[in-house]
Write a protein that binds this ligand. Sequence first.
Ligand code: MGD
Ligand code: MGD
Ligand code: MO
Length: 664
Amino acid sequence: MRVEVEGGRLRAIESHPGNLATPEGVCLKGLSYIERVYSKDRILQPLQRLTNGEFEPISWDAALGRIAAELTAARERYGPRSVFFYTGSGTKGLLNEVSLEFWRLFGGCTTTFGDLCWPAGLEATRLTLGDNKHNAPWDLVNARLIVFWGKNPAETNIHQMRFVEEAVDQGARVVVIDPRRTQSAESAELLVQIRPGTDGALALGIAHLLIARREIDDTFLRAHVHGFEEYSAMVRQYPPDRVADITDVPAAVIERLAEMIGSIAPFTICAGFGMQRYTNSAQTMRALIALLALTGNIGKPGAGWVYANLQSDVFSSIREPLALYPPDGGDDPIRVSVSTALLGPEMLAQREPELKVAWVERGNPVTQNPKTSKVLEAFRALDFRVVVDQFLTDTAREADIVLPAKTMFEQTDVIGAYWHPYIQIKDKLIDPPGEVRPETVIYWHLAQRLGMSKEGIADRMPAPSDDAVEAWLETRLQPFPELSLEYLRQGPILAPGSEEVAWSDLVFPTPSGKIELLSEEARQRWGEDALPTYGPNIERPAAGEAEAYPLQLLTPNTKNRIHSQFGNLPSIRGLDPDPVAEMSPVDAAARGIAEGDRVRVFNDRGSVEIEVRLDHSLRPGCLVIHNGWWLSEAGGINLLSAARETDMGHGAAFHDNAVEVERV
Ligand SMILES: Nc1nc2c(c(=O)[nH]1)N[C@H]1C(S)=C(S)[C@@H](COP(=O)(O)OP(=O)(O)OC[C@H]3O[C@@H](n4cnc5c(=O)[nH]c(N)nc54)[C@H](O)[C@@H]3O)O[C@H]1N2
Ligand SMILES: Nc1nc2c(c(=O)[nH]1)N[C@H]1C(S)=C(S)[C@@H](COP(=O)(O)OP(=O)(O)OC[C@H]3O[C@@H](n4cnc5c(=O)[nH]c(N)nc54)[C@H](O)[C@@H]3O)O[C@H]1N2
Ligand SMILES: [Mo]
């Protein structure tokens, strides 16, 4: 973005022409940042919770004094690992590293592994291709067949739609595979409303036809693919009729998909994150990538697997196993032992030592992590909680002390992305309002109070001044001569080594050096079949004990909010005033429910009361509620979800979630 400042205040936000992926302008969320920064609800000073649950302002001196005392007491009585550090996806910048450095200086802490967002797909991609990268966003215009598989870019990757439209103008054909008729389906010639959680079987069914008809790229397979023989024997078990039974996609549609994939190139699959929130989803994602390998659609313009592009992630820890898996040991004082997907239960289960204090920043786990009731129970079982946030979120409301957080305009930082390949600077444009202090400043002051050594502090975190922050950033940029704050200030810079067409060298950093349809690591690390076989996800309507709950609850993202953010701003709230449950008229009629009725959505784990909106285009048997609504806004959709991991990658299987609905 390019931001205009006048008299020390943000005035306007527009697009930055230097970023080829996002030249079109800023979405409503981007525009609403001005409203967000100056919102009357923003927290501008430290708060402490009173016994009646209300919050009152306190001074920084008192807040840090109390925090330092609680941290010291916990460390003395139980050890530093009784302090739990939790962070989410609120902001991603280089300076985030300072937090863990502080906790190392403290003597350690306990933190999480896995992720709520995308790890099943990341792991599936890593096992198959060796790494997570894809063609530059603008290369999509070269595709002739684009399949949006469980992805809704018209709402969640709005900038991608421009390239889709350009591709369509040049003759590309578009398919959407989604139980919902999303906005993205408007650009598609075919919408496949598949039964949730069965995409793996559909991919195997398509592969069955491609192989039977020899519509595959033999030369590519021989040279670059490992395990084709075994894989092709396995997909023989997936003829169209059987796949139609599993997926509820008619055999004729499976035939049509196979015909398109077998005959149109270059072919790109844009795979979404919503589809990998199931207990079988990494295997699903592997089965999808296989279609590209079979047809030789990897390493070419307009072709490939567009899932996650970590090419700009030249600094961050996402590439280290530490973030996604628990480490094998080592001498880091930080214990990485709580699976994010199992946050509530695993916080409660920690021993040696038990958790006593929590520090949360950049995340809203009470609303966003699965099984809210357990997350609340785990936070309430602690002796003391600190939450650093811009607003009084559901998680902040659980805190003993809430510290005000900066916004991205209030401290200089350097960021990457996970779709486009640029590294960018976000410069400090305004002073933090009120008494707000950036996290690095909070940690610095706390470090002084805790009596940490001057050298330790100097080694690990910048001093509070803007100059010190810039010097710290320059040190981190040093390994990359093409990156410096001065260069970054001239505009976005393509990440060092980034490739416009990923995999064009056809070098795959897997154990076999080829694309792995057969992955020993899938078996060894995760106990899954080495081939991308299909097995049903655990919790689905009419499966065993879930029979009492005949609807599959999908909780996708929505256009004008980012997860639990932005919904509290009047401009956004005006467009989207209350949470609603979208329901097929077929399911509604069977329960005597009409448009606008209030219903209770429930299962064994919890319930929410919510208004119904009929969606004539939704696949019957599915219920849709966008995630991100706060409990305090009568939302809290993760009251219904199970704390359950995906098959690989320690992701959260949010959509393995069967519910029933009744009128209230
Ligand atoms: N049921 C269901 N649940 C889901 C999902 C789903 O599909 N269904 N999606 C999952 C996914 S993909 C994700 S990524 C997660 C997202 O869940 P979270 O990672 O918890 O992200 P947000 O809800 O965006 O909350 C981020 C918080 O960080 C705060 N924040 C922003 N900037 C800063 C900063 O600079 N400093 C500090 N201290 N705070 C800041 C914001 O005010 C906000 O409260 O939700 C997951 N939850
Ligand atoms: N506006 C906006 N944009 C965002 C975000 C946001 O909150 N708001 N969040 C960002 C983040 S962190 C993420 S992770 C991404 C997520 O962006 P997307 O990948 O688009 O993710 P979702 O909205 O979770 O789900 C996409 C689609 O998957 C479908 N789906 C669910 N289950 C299945 C299934 O079994 N099979 C198939 N084929 N489809 C299924 C859903 O109906 C949904 O339409 O968006 C990013 N962009
Ligand atoms: Mo996400």
